[in-house]
Design a protein around this ligand. Structure first.
Ligand code: CA
Length: 419
């Protein structure tokens, strides 16, 4: 983008117009164009809010106490919820102020001392999860799962192209990246078995998704429109909806996923502000047949590119931009009956799968129900997760002026069942 040469010396800046006084590489995905929010333990067991910049964390609690930023005291909290509840005008003002503090040399002396090396802190869950909804918005994933779970039937059910399918999940078991995942026990019954059995899941899987964090509260009884997405949506996390497939297959009809999903859901430690993703907006795929008017206005997707790494081997690169239903449509749909949202509500996109095998977001698709094992770099083969396995999700999106927006990672190691 060209800039006028006679612009004032202190323009109302876009974030990357001025580089940070911190030495950060231009291709660092956590440059001043990103500034994701998190909550960290500085080493004393407490929890404080921070913004990630490069390989450091800006201590937002200390910044607010020093009078360098004003957010009505909400940056003193242990979670982002009170700050998110302030709404978009505050989110924008604080983000603009953080950009100013990190780019204007005038502030360097006072701000530099409030930066903590990322390596010295332990990131925690950045927000208290309110209600958690998991959608099912990739046509490729829904088609693949339909074929695997209901062979011989039409893979897409008749409602799929008319509404974003979702279910309410278990908010209390959403855990931050780095948390070990204990293999769940549960009940299962193969189709040809005479009776169900109970035991450790042998078909433990991942679902690579993008999670959307609601910031501002809405009023009970008043639906949100697709346009309201930009006022209510605070930011985005990477999301791994862990799934025990044989438990899911036995229990999910007629009321949907239950214990096969509720044992753990992992999210990244850094919430990327929606404002950092303005350059990642892309047209979502055409919808045919046309959707109902309350879902029709907003067709914005996001060019978020996910990478799935299994024990160090990249096994898939799911493209978020191809999802059939957009996050704005999902928000409009989940409030269409008047249900309200609260700060910290989390809704996930659904497994992100592209059209190719190398783009699927789950191992049940990657190995086609376990029939086609994958070989990892260490020569070992896998169908589903084994104890000790580690899966890491990472993602990037285009940022301002050729920069890259990073999402950090979602990582977790599989532990054996405890009973
Ligand atoms: Ca899911």
């Amino acid at each position: 983008m060209s800039e006028p040469s006679d612009r004032p010396s202190r323009p109302a800046s876009k974030p990357s117009e001025r580089p940070s006084w911190l030495e950060i590489a231009a291709d660092d995905p956590f440059g001043v164009h990103n500034l994701p929010y998190g909550a960290f333990d500085p080493g004393d067991g407490s929890r404080r809010l921070g913004a990630r910049i490069g390989d450091r964390v800006l201590d937002l609690a200390a910044l607010e106490r020093a009078g360098l930023v004003e957010a009505r005291g909400t940056l003193q909290a242990a979670t982002l919820n009170p700050y998110m509840a302030l709404g978009r005008p505050y989110w924008k003002a604080v983000r603009d102020r953080l950009t100013e503090l990190l780019t204007d040399q005038i502030f360097r002396y006072r701000v530099e001392r409030l930066l903590v090396p990322l390596a010295d802190v332990t990131p925690g869950l950045p927000f208290e999860v309110g209600d958690y909804v998991d959608f099912y918005s990739s046509q490729e994933h829904a088609t693949n799962l339909g074929r695997l779970f209901r062979p011989g039937s039409p893979p897409l059910l008749p409602n799929w192209k008319h509404l974003p399918i979702g279910y309410h999940g278990r908010a209390g078991t959403v855990v931050v990246s780095g948390t070990d995942i204990v293999r769940p026990n549960g009940q299962r019954k193969p189709p040809d078995a005479p009776a169900p059995t109970f035991g450790p899941s042998q078909r433990l899987d991942i679902e690579a998704e993008v999670g959307f964090v609601v910031g501002a509260p809405s009023s009970l009884g008043t639906p949100l429109t697709t346009k309201d997405f930009y006022e209510y949506e605070f930011g985005v996390v990477l999301h791994n909806d862990r799934s025990a497939r044989e438990l899911q297959a036995w229990e999910y009809q007629p009321l949907g996923p239950f214990l096969g999903k509720s044992f753990a859901t992992s999210v990244s430690a850094w919430v990327v502000p929606l404002d950092a993703l303005a350059q990642a907006r892309v047209p979502a795929p055409e919808q045919s047949p046309p959707v109902l008017p309350y879902l029709a206005d907003e067709r914005t997707g996001y060019d978020i590119r996910i990478e799935v790494v299994w024990n160090g081997t990249v096994v898939s690169r799911p493209p978020f931009s191809g999802l059939y239903w957009t996050p704005a449509q999902q928000l409009a749909h989940l409030t269409a009956n008047g249900a309200s949202v609260r700060p910290g509500d989390l809704y996930a996109s659904g497994t992100v799968s592209g059209a190719k095998r190398a783009e699927v977001g789950s191992f049940i698709e990657l190995t086609w129900g376990g029939a086609e094992p994958v070989t990892l770099a260490d020569g070992r083969t896998r169908t589903f997760l084994e104890d000790g396995d580690t899966v890491t999700l990472t993602a990037t999106a285009p940022g301002l002026d050729g920069t890259v927006v990073g999402f950090g990672e979602v990582v977790g190691r599989i532990q054996p069942p405890r009973r």
